[in-house]
Unconditional design. Structure first.
Length: 369
């Protein structure tokens, strides 16, 4: 099973991470096995934790103890989450050390309700980072207008950041700029700290195709139908070219001399939503150096079984550019798509967070009867 996952990194320079975390992975020893199979890091989000906590009894004992300590539902949430996060950090720390800080990261997201509140996001991120206090934690910050300045500040303070919910090339450039500017500030304050900072920029892939395909099907012309299933991969390929351009040249060289790490593009939302598409399409088509692909369990299994191992991220670039431009010709406004997907992404994580808190509140009331 693990040969393809290991080859992704060893032969193609892409780090496969797992997009999931639950208590049973830790208590059963399964997460250690997953790490040993070739998975090189882990991402989490409020939806993942909602499914984990509401979907099993694995958290009941700890939750009951927390309720008996008179903790509020939201404090209980963070205690449950942080136990899993800290355990995962411990499991992946040897990989962090052996890879000299390239991989072995575990990502945890700030409260999604703060996505449009700059100062509160910054305070929450600092508090989370200080509370965990491990070198291989990444704090997830959404790439909203309000989130971008927070990224710059956190990087300037020497903290690791996973920038999440990126849906457009324009916002991606802002994220890159925030990372580089943050490192430049850090270089003036503490140049020795620059080499220890890591960041990934998480482009959400399949959701782009889901929305743009919906619009293309409504247009229904031959040209529109010819563009079905192309948008997400093409945008990622164009993003990779932006990445290469941004992390070369004299400006970046000054930081590289201090040991600065590039901010790797991370392909997220890589499960296939459309049953007509190959179940490994968003892995096979986006393989390339200095990238991360965070995979849900089903995609890990599918790729391990029958994924393709070919460097693809820089193939057919002319076609990617022309097809991306053709979207406008057939009436798809990619900027509006990105805005819609960002709104929906924030709202989805917020709903998971809120629904779980409601469930924890009800369970608390029941336990205190």
């Amino acid at each position: 099973m693990s040969d393809r996952l290991k080859a992704l990194f060893n032969d193609y320079g892409q780090s496969p991470w797992l997009d999931n975390l639950k208590r049973s992975y830790i208590t059963s020893g399964e997460l250690m096995g997953i790490r040993n199979s070739g998975i090189r890091g882990l991402t989490s989000n409020p939806t993942i934790f909602q499914k984990a906590i509401q979907g099993s009894e694995d958290y009941s004992e700890q939750f009951t103890a927390l309720v008996n300590q008179k903790l509020s539902p939201i404090d209980c949430y963070w205690q449950l989450v942080l136990r899993d996060i800290n355990s995962a950090l411990e499991i992946f720390e040897p990989l962090y050390e052996s890879s000299s800080g390239l991989d072995g990261f575990v990502s945890v997201e700030v409260d999604p309700s703060l996505a449009h509140e700059q100062s509160k996001t910054l305070l929450a991120a600092r508090e989370l980072d200080e509370q965990i206090k491990r070198p291989n934690v990444m704090i997830k910050i959404p790439a909203t207008v309000e989130g971008v300045p927070v990224i710059k500040t956190l990087i300037s303070e020497g903290r690791n950041v996973n920038v999440t919910l990126i849906f457009s090339l324009e916002r991606y450039q802002e994220v890159i700029d925030a990372y580089i500017e943050g490192l430049e500030i850090l270089a003036t304050i503490n140049p020795k700290a620059v080499a220890s900072v890591s960041s990934v920029a998480s482009f959400f892939i399949s959701r782009v195709d889901t929305e743009i395909d919906r619009q293309l099907e409504q247009v229904g012309s031959d040209q529109a139908n010819g563009l079905l299933g192309t948008a997400a991969i093409n945008q990622a390929k164009l993003a990779y070219q932006m990445f290469k351009k941004s992390f070369t040249g004299p400006r970046w060289s000054k930081l590289a001399q201090l040991g600065a790490n590039v901010q790797r593009p991370l392909w997220a939302s890589t499960s296939t939503k459309n049953p007509k598409y190959r179940d490994t399409i968003y892995v096979d088509a986006l393989i390339g150096e200095h990238t991360v692909n965070t995979l849900p369990d089903t995609t890990v299994e599918a790729f391990s079984d029958h994924g393709s191992l070919i460097s693809t991220i820089e193939t057919n670039l002319d076609m990617a550019n022309s097809q991306w431009a053709d979207l406008k010709t057939v009436g798809v406004n990619v900027s509006e798509v990105a805005e819609k997907l960002e709104r929906e992404g924030v709202a989805s994580f917020q709903k998971s967070f809120d629904d779980l808190l409601v469930a924890l509140s009800a369970k608390t009331a029941e336990l205190l009867k």
